[in-house]
Design a protein around this ligand. Sequence first.
Ligand SMILES: [Zn+2]
Length: 495
Amino acid sequence: MNLEKILLKNATVYDGLGSDSFISDILIESGIIKEIGKIENMDCEIIDIKGNAISPGFIDVHSHDDIALIVYPEMDFKVMQGVTTVINGNCGNNVIPRYGTIERWQTRYPKSSLPQWNSYREYIDLINDIKPSVNSAFMIGHGSVRNGCGLKNEERNPSNSEFDQMKGWIREGMEAGAVGFSTGLIYEPGRYSSTDEIIELTKEISEFSGVYASHMRNEGSNLLLSIEETLNIGDKSETSVEISHHKISGKNNWGLSNDSIEMIHHAIDKGMNVNSDQYPYIAGQSALFAIHQNNAFTDGDGGLGKVDGDKVIIAHSPLTSNYEGKKLSQICDDFDLDEQQAAEKLLSEDPHILAIIETMCEEDLTNILSDQYTMIGSDGVPASGSNPHPRLYGCFPRVLGKYAREEKIISLETAIYKMTGLPSKKFNLNDRGTIEVGKSADLVIFDPETINDVATYENPKQYPEGIIHVLVNGSFVVKNSKHTGKKPGKIIPRS
Ligand SMILES: [Zn+2]
């Protein structure tokens, strides 16, 4: 039998471009889609898809798997939901220079000893040697390079030599194949940088057609000012823009999605390339330190709006794991403290706590999801021994099940386009994201009638229903809804 070939029969094909689906067979040879159409049986592995859906593998544009690729190379939480490529380096955090970023990553995996790397090339070689189950691309993190040049938590502009150092890393990253540059402007050290600093740094990625992705300064009462800043950075640096996890945070601000979407459309009408990404949940996840620092438990005038204690769940608390899974309101009762005091007590015991916070509403969520320029990104944060946000396990099936099939907010074709063809174009991953002859065989086969997320806030580590097979570079990483243990993934450079 020819082991280089796989024939998938009787599939309902969704091409990733939003076109109407059609019934077809697909032949894969040596990891590439070789033929689409009616294909006679041949001497190779033949799988009957039985009319189920086949689409390009999902591209998770908002991932934080930079180190998870090393610690959990099977990447089960992603491939079991149909993700075949993760885009890392979001919210200002990537991996270079290692000393500027490793402390933060180590807190997520306190028991793992992480290997050395000294450059983007070495990080790429490391991941390609490990061969995770999923492909990955990466962005350069502003926070990482700002920390790296000695500006950790320094509330001042960089000197000329510090600028040169940061630009050097950004250029090195782009030359190594990075797809963009990201900021995290509610976090340290991003929050201390001026718009001009970011414009000057973002100019470095323009000639490489990189994407500027931003976790903006404010997603609450000053959301529209933040969108204006982000668009201004893209305009001045002549760069494609991505608004990370587009949301409206804080009850007083609900409804602002009409205005934020209008601003995006206006910029596009003027000729800019702008998109946003979104996860399909009304709760987010962030560092408790940052939630507290942004006044979410007092006046709510920071980047997240005001957050109530019964809408906060402790997700990851490496030094005090007994708090994991508890609501902040419960901890307040236990210690007879108000929310601000309880958060301060928790942070004094463990400064690296991650918390799930419910601050959004369904109307804004579906409004943003319906926008043609919105892509899907899980923003899942893998960490050892934690109670993660369920988006880490369920993001993509939730869009396909709850929001496309059940609530009919968008069609199945459109939902798939937002996870495949749109992100591959945005990030210049031209070999992926569509089902066409000659493209890499990153594919997902699922049952459109049953696909659904199963992960909940109470019990998040649950694989979704309805994902049948997943192929990465032509190899089955999921077969009959089970992880095969295969690890055919690699770093994909910008094309
Ligand atoms: Zn973020």
